[in-house]
Design a protein around this ligand. Structure first.
Ligand SMILES: Cc1ncc(C[n+]2csc(CCOP(=O)(O)OP(=O)(O)O)c2C)c(N)n1
Ligand SMILES: [Mg+2]
Length: 386
């Protein structure tokens, strides 16, 4: 693969350091590690590298912009609702919108998507109604099953656990010769799980149509990437298993779409998997149970705020005369309104059933639990709770 952006340009802005494979490593390693492509299409000023521009139409650019804005609006509303006690613990996506939307943008309904827990934007884009995601994250059964016709796996919280099963789906697709593919996402922390290496290896051995998207967002809860791996990048891991791999600016929606397009074409041709290390940054909390002030300096996040994936696309669209700041504000207001409408739908369905809390615990409720349930129900009666 060719290097389409000077890695130093990206490294200059990038706290993670985006360098290609070191020569020393190539000299001592019997595997030909090749050159790892570092892909950036849209720079921070909104300039486009024409050579790798996926060439979206004006209409598509508007749609992709709107999808990212909607993802952010949903994320922001979730946080407010959680702080007001209306939502359970969840993992915010703030700053990772290009990565989210870019990884699923070119998938068809027949393709499969197997996400980890930080994937709202991608799930909404795949067809999950927002009210269902609200239900899911506030603990209602109704929110959990993927909607009819959406080929998504339930999100995985057990780090790296869904990657091997996703490769299994891809192996099945290969045997059925149906030219579909699977996208599976996971974080930098998941790369330390052996199962992810096993998945990369056997996907390549089988030429399975799996696309691995590692969202390298700088942190695994409070563990920074330099305590997670001793190289300058993770893309080399894929190369180690023979998987075509590249390092993508994950805050660049056009680079994500371009990289995914190439990976999807490879998968559909029958040429097997691709590993994409999407370099991004978790601007917000790990989850709502976390306080990053305890383990990272605010100054670390500032350069990444400047690399905001939405602002970058807006700059580019403004240059092309496609978007004014007023129009961008209007899109934001529409997306906020759409999220509030979904919240209203959610509120209509989300009726707590306190009398059901003991219901699905045991097939035959043990006597001591029955006693507790009876006492609990008496209390609900006393308080007049249905
Ligand atoms: C097997 C396993 N070990 C530990 C945890 C606890 N845990 C939850 S999220 C997380 C960090 C994951 O970081 P990363 O893979 O980088 O994803 P990110 O949260 O940054 O998106 C850990 C260790 C878990 N869920 N599963
Ligand atoms: Mg991470």
């Amino acid at each position: 693969m060719s290097t389409t952006a000077d890695p130093r340009d990206i490294a200059a802005e990038n706290q993670l350091g985006m360098t290609t494979q070191s020569q020393d490593c190539m000299d001592t390693n019997p595997i030909d590690l090749g050159t790892i492509e570092v892909l950036q299409v849209l720079d921070v000023q909104g300039e486009v590298n024409a050579a790798r521009d996926p060439g979206l139409s004006d209409e598509e650019l508007h749609s992709v912009h709107r999808a990212m804005v909607l993802s952010r609006a949903f994320d922001a509303r979730m946080l407010t609702m959680q702080r007001q006690g209306e939502m359970g613990t969840f993992a915010p996506n703030l700053g990772q919108e290009a990565c989210m939307i870019g990884q699923v943008w070119e998938l068809t309904k027949q393709d499969w998507f197997s996400p980890s827990y930080r994937s709202f934007g991608a799930q909404i884009q795949r067809g999950w109604p927002m009210e269902r995601l609200f239900l899911l994250w506030s603990g209602y059964h109704e929110g959990f099953p993927p909607p009819e016709g959406v080929n998504d796996m339930p999100f995985s919280i057990v780090i790296g656990s869904h990657v091997l099963p996703s490769v299994g789906i891809a192996m099945g697709m290969r045997r059925r010769e149906n030219r579909d593919c699977v996208v599976v996402n996971f974080g930098d922390g998941a790369m330390s799980q052996g199962a992810v290496s096993e998945a990369l290896n056997f996907a390549m051995v089988d030429k399975a149509p799996a696309i691995f998207v590692c969202e390298n967002n700088g942190w695994a809860i409070s563990t920074p990437t330099h305590l997670q791996y001793a190289t300058n990048h993770l893309a080399g891991r894929g190369i180690g298993f023979g998987v075509p791999s590249l390092r993508v600016d994950g805050n660049d929606i056009l680079a994500m779409i371009s990289a995914m397009r190439e990976a999807i074409e490879r998968a559909r041709r029958g040429d097997g998997p691709t590993f994409i290390e999407a370099v991004t940054y978790r601007l917000s909390l790990h989850t709502t149970a976390d306080d990053p002030k305890v383990y990272r300096e605010d100054s670390e996040t500032e350069p990444w705020e400047k690399r905001c994936p939405i602002a970058r696309l807006e700059r580019m669209m403004e240059r092309r005369g496609l978007l004014s700041s007023e129009a961008a504000e209007a899109v934001k207001a529409e997306c906020d309104a759409q999220v509030l409408e979904a919240r209203e739908q959610f509120r209509k369905i989300a009726k707590a059933r306190p009398r059901a809390v003991f219901d699905h615990l045991y097939q035959a409720t043990p006597p001591e639990l029955e006693d507790q349930r009876d006492e609990y129900l008496r209390r609900l009666d006393r308080k007049g709770v249905d």
